[in-house]
Design a protein around this ligand. Structure first.
Ligand code: SF4
Ligand code: SF4
Length: 167
């Protein structure tokens, strides 16, 4: 009798098993899969790099070529979503992708290269052109000149101004 009831219940419920991998599997709305950087939006600020607990995100600079690289290695990612939370430019998102098996480790990298901005005083590249443009747009005109020089030169100028004011 019990078995008959179970059978009837199952007929009523219908098929509950998934046909994956023969058919794509549905994942929950809040699923946290592979993070992806939007190369058009990323400015190379490094906020996600500082927030990433296992260092799946790193920042490297080629000062000779004047390029900053934001590197995402999915092989280290723990899918915590901190990068997505902290990015001020909405440029990194966790996707619903989870099928990441590969025969080459290189497939697990996403590398974004951004041209760097050089300090007009010392000539040293210190940030990205994109970031400078984004910051400049938000600042009042009288404060813009200070952003356009590197922190070292800014410090020297500030120190020189201070000692001039004391005289
Ligand atoms: S999801 Fe977490 S671990 Fe993965 S890249 Fe973002 S911050 Fe790093
Ligand atoms: S925080 Fe956003 S804009 Fe900044 S480097 Fe990361 S992805 Fe790019």
């Amino acid at each position: 009798m019990n078995r008959l009831r179970i059978l009837l219940q199952n007929i009523k419920r219908g098929v509950v098993t998934e046909k994956y991998p023969l058919e794509p599997i549905r994942v929950p709305e809040s699923f946290r899969g592979k993070p992806v950087i939007d190369v058009d939006k990323c400015v190379g600020c490094g906020a996600c790099v500082n927030a990433c607990p296992p260092n799946a995100l790193t920042l490297e600079e080629d000062l000779k070529e004047g390029i900053r690289y934001i590197k995402l290695f999915v092989g280290r990612c723990i899918y915590c979503g901190r990068c997505e939370e902290v990015c001020p430019f909405d440029a990194i998102h966790l996707t619903k992708e989870f099928e990441l098996a590969t025969t080459s480790k290189d497939d697990l990298y996403q590398i974004v290269g951004l041209r760097m901005y050089k300090c007009p005083i010392c000539g040293k590249p210190y940030t990205t052109i994109r970031l400078v443009k984004r910051v400049i747009d938000k600042l009042p005109p009288e404060e813009r000149s200070l952003v356009l020089i590197c922190p070292d030169c800014r410090e020297k100028i500030t120190a020189a101004n201070r000692s001039f004011a004391r005289r």
